[in-house]
Design a protein around this ligand. Structure first.
Ligand SMILES: *Cc1c(COP(=O)(O)O)cnc(C)c1O
Length: 382
């Protein structure tokens, strides 16, 4: 008899041999622009905490107060015993930011995508998704059981030819896209996608994970950035990036949200968001709206980096705080990443198979100071 778990070791060995093995790195203390990574102080260019709110004392205070008042867990699914006044307040605040009729919070952005797609689309339907979409959109499509076809990244011609070819053969159709692409930092062509959705009778689901709190004059995301506030579409996002907490959301029409409350399995059959996470996200939403200067600082920092590194590196097209410096090979990317780490800069190399071409990927925060950026410049040019 052989051990039925034996294949796990072999599989891990293969991962090691391909240099695809990954492991966690420990950060001590609170997240921020400077962190202690594996015992070494480094300037952090790898965080999703764009506004610097995850360590903000107001979020911490809100979370602590919520724990005192409601306890640590929400003790049940929202439909049974897990619904708290805080959840409703948070959903109202998200809908207010997004200027949608309603919103629904999930335990994570990943679960929001899985549950929403699975609820809206089934075996007789069609999903057309950007090839660079986030894993949660791709797995949501698999969970839905629909016919799923990827279109080339941000390629409207390819999308339209696929709509023409496939749309007539399916009942419902859903187009899915990230609004800010997480590995490149470029934006989806939202206006054109909305037009296609109308022309081909398709629903459009946009993932605002990297845009919420960051893009748009009030931080509502790319839908606002493109002046599409009020358009009929499905907006998904996360509370765990610029909002510094944990959880996900869907924002849209009253009827959409009501439907999801009755049909989204990853919302119905899971425990409600914890009081601490809910309260922290709520506090973050207030700051997003009351401190727009955080967003201005991010984009001033982006400008500094672009202007100062453009002669040395090819920077992939980006209109967001995600900037990618192109490097020629996976080995060069790794060497650069290590060299920077040795000088106290955390700016990770991203290699195939995660992305098609090797790069150094950096995310810009509102709490990066000019001295951090100047230090980065000196080390990258030196
Ligand atoms: C991070 C991310 C998610 C997942 O959000 P979580 O709340 O972390 O689960 C979904 N979509 C995109 C595009 C993301 O970048």
């Amino acid at each position: 008899m052989s051990n039925p778990y034996r294949w796990l070791e072999k599989s891990l060995e293969t991962i090691h041999r391909a240099n695809w093995y990954r492991s966690v790195k420990t950060i001590a203390g609170r997240g921020g622009a400077v962190v202690e990574l594996e015992g070494k102080m480094v300037i952090n260019f790898a965080s999703n905490d764009y506004l610097g709110l995850a360590g903000d004392s107001r979020l911490i205070e809100a979370a602590v107060q919520a724990v005192r008042e409601y306890g640590t867990g929400s003790t049940g699914s929202r439909l049974i015993s897990g619904h708290r006044p805080l959840h409703q307040q948070l959903e109202r605040a998200i809908a207010a930011l997004k200027q949608t009729e309603d919103a629904l919070v999930f335990s994570s952005g990943y679960l929001a995508n899985l549950g929403t797609i699975a609820a809206l689309i089934g075996a007789r339907d069609l999903i057309l998704g950007d090839q660079y979409n986030h894993s949660s959109l791709k797995n949501g499509a698999i969970l839905s059981g629909a016919k799923t076809i990827d279109y080339l990244h941000n390629n409207l011609e390819d999308l339209e030819s696929k709509l023409k070819q496939y749309r007539p053969h399916y009942r419902r159709c859903l187009i899915t896209t990230d609004t800010v692409f997480s590995m490149d930092g470029d934006l989806c062509p939202l206006l054109e996608l909305l037009q296609f959705a109308q022309d081909y009778e398709a629903m459009l689901l946009v993932d605002e994970a990297h845009a919420t709190g960051v893009m748009g004059a009030t931080g509502a995301g790319c839908v606002e950035h493109f002046n599409c506030t009020g358009a009929e579409l499905i907006q998904v996002g996360t509370l765990s990036k610029a909002l510094g907490s944990l959880g996900g959301y869907v924002a849209g029409s009253k009827v959409l949200i009501d439907f999801l409350r009755n049909r989204a399995p990853s919302w119905i059959y899971t425990t409600g968001l914890s009081p601490a996470d809910t309260a922290a996200a709520l506090a973050a939403l207030h700051i997003v709206q009351s401190e727009p200067e955080r967003r201005s600082t991010i984009f001033e920092n982006v400008k500094f980096i672009k202007e100062n590194l453009i002669n040395q590196f090819e920077i992939l097209p980006s209109e967001s705080p995600i900037l990618c410096l192109k490097v020629d090979s996976p080995k060069m990317a790794l060497d650069y990443g290590q060299k920077l780490y040795d000088c106290g800069i955390f700016l990770p190399a991203i290699r195939p198979p995660t992305v098609p071409t090797s790069r150094l990927r950096l995310t810009v925060m509102a709490t990066h100071e000019l001295s951090h950026l100047e230090y980065l410049r000196s080390k990258l040019l030196g």
